[in-house]
Design a protein around this ligand. Sequence first.
Ligand SMILES: [Zn+2]
Length: 74
Amino acid sequence: MRIEGKHKCNSAYNECNHEYEWMVIIPQHINSSTLQVEKIDKVQGRIIEKSENKCIIRTICPNCHQDNVFEYLN
Ligand SMILES: [Zn+2]
């Protein structure tokens, strides 16, 4: 499965403000019977922290190539 959304660049190093779509692929359970192949058609991010109701996600802005870290509410 995957989660996805829109994010506006919040880089502290410039005034980029570029808005882009991102996605994070959540690895399937190891004994999952069907292997879903996800197409990567957006900026790929990764989860750096996960709790019950939110994730902290890191992506690289495609415009200014700076790290963007933000919360995603489940
Ligand atoms: Zn940016």
